[in-house]
Design a binder for this molecule. Sequence first.
Ligand code: F6R
Length: 609
Amino acid sequence: MCGVVGYIGDKEATSILIDGLEKLEYRGYDSAGLAVFHDGGIQIRKYKGRLSILAENIAEENLSSKLGIGHTRWATHGEPSDRNAHPHTNVAGNIAVIHNGIIENYMKIKEWLIEEKKIQFKSETDSEVIAHLIDHFYEGDLLQAVYKAIDKMEGAYAIGVICKDEPDKIVAVRKDSPLIVGIGEGENFLASDIPALLKYTRDMYLIENDEVVLLTKDKISIFNALGQEVKRDVFEVTWDAQSAEKEGYQHFMIKEIHEQPKGIHDTLMRRLDKDNNIILDGIKLTKQDLEKINKVYIVACGTAYHAGLVGRFAIEKFAKVPVEVDVASEFRYRDPFVDENTLFIAVSQSGETLDTLAALREAKRKGARIMSIVNVVGSSVARESHDVFYTWAGPEIAVASTKAYTTQMIAMYLLALYMGRTKNTIDKAYYDQTIAELKTMPDKVQQILNHVGEIQQLADAQFNNESVFFMGRGVDVNVAHEGSLKLKEISYINSFAIAAGELKHGTIALIEDGTLVVAVATQHHLFEKMLSNIQEVRARGAYVVAVAKESNKEVEKTSDIVMYIPDTMDELAPVLSIIPLQLLSYYIAVARGCDVDKPKNLAKSVTVE
Ligand code: F6R
């Protein structure tokens, strides 16, 4: 969601800014712009639409510059338009600002600026107030003016600021919105996410909340909220730039679907010793800790929430503790029943989702033990948790989450099994059997991926549907929810997931001739019930695509098409049954000509409320 890039050095700033913003396109945006020093002043170029529009517009002019800031905007306040795009400036145009996040009290500041300072605003954004506020406080020292301005600002922000009168620096601030600094030689960089800078450096500083950064070409100074300089260890990015490239795949999403065997393998094997014991390393969940815990909350958003639903199933099954799963935007406002005997598990790919972070803080405030399952090392959720279980999915670029989801489920299973063994709620034989089966998951996922042709054919035949229903029972209904979200977010088909037993209580009214129903039917003890539900919808004309284990041929009798997954324990079936659904969504979206990696209205990392 929005992208921030900054450069100061001896190279051409515009091309570095455009290149960096390109690497952040996956986050989702609707307009792009930049501000550079050129010809003794600040030049701003900004356009609604794709970054390529900005690049084409500046290609013909000479905007030679050694310093600049660039931005991709995802509209929150004010429609996507040229004038609402960033950077924004003060009236004189000598201070330029880019901003990710939301200034919650912008209206109050804006009214004051209009009444007291007679400022005429050029945009409808909250961000423009920042430029005017900095201008108001500016007395020849940009850093001090920025400090005074942020003192008046409430909300979440990562900002980058340049000033005509101080053409040798960029000032940046982070508050609840990610910001990193790239360390170069005779040049330095600013960005909201690592891929933007990987072409230029692997050495980064991860900026923390309430910190202010002063960048010159030879020096990076980081200050805390009190203005004291702080020391920061260099964070070396170990994954390669290629991980953030498409490597011949048509889209990041399909590449990431195919990376799942590796992500699952890595997440699993980093936590197992040679005797199949689960090693939690830095995570300090002792037997006493676990005995104290009488309730678990799993809180997340979107796909990560769906992984949390599978986590509830696993923890209740293996560790016999009651678990509640909630979406973060609800949890944070419902005064949840949390105390020091609560284990709060936040699940987040990016580790920057604002709702999840706010829910975590709320639980922490009430005394809960905070654990997170996070993919991005050093992210905010990770840093604010007592314990972190990292997933090893590698960078996920496509907006639609796939490999993060499967690795989140693996992390959940491991955590649940660890809790179960430590509390002695599962015996060794069952534990050994489950771990052995978990270790077959990378191969079994690969087997599904080896047969994408059949799913592609199905997608080609079904892409014209305007609505699709997903259903399942038991843990399968969680997979149905994730399958439905995948489909709607990238293909814009109106899809809906439901517990199959609930159908007859209302939703079945919507089933008519030709309605596509995807039935996830992997659970042995619920299979007969699922068959009845399939028959119910077929009797009303539905076209049923089932997901079932390969030894279960009976499902063919009641379904139009079956997408088979390799046989596995019922408990672990979600790891496999989601794969055909991801593939089906992907190929349907491709057949509909959708922009798969950058679906409309969506952003990769949702850092606003
Ligand atoms: C859907 C998707 C989103 C995210 C959600 C949480 O494919 O990607 O629903 O799962 O925005 O994001 P994270 O996991 O970064 O907290």
